[in-house]
Design a protein around this ligand. Structure first.
Ligand code: DGL
Length: 270
């Protein structure tokens, strides 16, 4: 298996997963695609999200990726099954809202899930709740508009605060003591979520668990044992200047970014 790890999301959200992978496996070469030409994925029809995800995977495969991290809950819900069927030789790591650990950890028996509309209406989410949330009350909110605010870098703006307050208020009023971040964009507003939720509420970000999974898959690979830092390639289908600034801020380092364009549902370098 080629050790190059391909990671994608509709935008900057998957950088929360990339950051966790980079921390755990600094030597591993990574290529990240942000499909900012189509962000947000959450309100899009499932077929559209599936087609976009398939196009990105075709591109990452051409770049030589052996492992693909679908660092987007919405795309995982819409396309993971199809991607595994289409590309049996690639190894996929997908996201699903961390309802299982939340159901184990909660003491009040009430869990809140923040995820996009696309994730919450998908079969994957329904099956996770059915399998793991027995005897628990699970409350959901799609946080409409939050992904757009995060894409603009408004991590503490009035609108961001308002969306989160409205989403969390009924959960907290019902006694939720565990909140699941079911969208990879949301870890970037974790300080605000913590501030609103207050002490005693646990917030679950699945990114470290995804990084552990990737580390396990690459455990015997020479590339992860070598010295040095693996190449990091960041690409966007949107505006490279904005993405570069946001990525630098989120990853807390200087980064450069390339541009991709969609041509006949295939991604190519500009
Ligand atoms: N970051 C994504 C997720 O985890 C997608 C958000 C969106 O584009 O709506 O679902």
């Amino acid at each position: 298996m080629n050790p190059l790890v391909g990671i994608f999301d509709s935008g900057v959200g998957g950088l929360s997963v990339l950051k966790a992978i980079r921390l755990r496996l600094p030597q591993t070469p990574l290529v990240y695609v942000a499909d900012q030409a189509h962000v947000p994925y959450g309100p899009r029809p499932v077929e559209d999200v599936r087609a976009l995800a398939c196009g990105i995977v075709r591109f990452l495969k051409r770049q030589g990726a052996g492992i693909i991290v679908v660092a987007c809950n919405t795309a995982s819900a819409a396309a993971l099954h199809e991607l595994r069927r289409l590309y049996p030789r690639l190894v996929f790591v997908g996201m699903e809202p961390a309802v299982k650990p939340a159901a184990i950890h909660t003491r009040s028996g009430v869990v809140g899930v923040l995820a996009t509309q696309g994730t919450l209406r998908g079969k994957l989410y329904a099956s996770v709740v059915e399998r793991f949330a027995h005897g628990r009350r699970v409350m959901e909110d799609p946080c409409a508009g939050l992904v757009a605010e995060i894409e603009k870098g408004h991590l503490n703006g009035d609108r961001t605060r308002d969306i989160l307050q409205r989403a969390l208020a009924p959960m907290l009023a019902s006694g939720a003591d565990t909140i699941v971040l079911g969208c990879t964009h949301y870890p970037f507003v974790l300080p605000l979520i913590r501030e609103i939720a207050g002490e005693g509420v646990q917030v679950i970000d699945p990114a470290p668990a995804i990084a552990r999974r990737v580390a396990h898959l690459l455990a015997h690979h020479q590339a992860v044992k070598s010295a040095g830092v693996g190449a990091l390639t960041l690409l966007t289908t949107g505006k490279p200047g904005l993405f570069q600034r946001m990525a630098g801020r989120f990853l807390e380092s200087e980064v450069s970014c390339g541009t991709l364009a969609w041509r006949d549902m295939d991604l190519e370098f500009e």
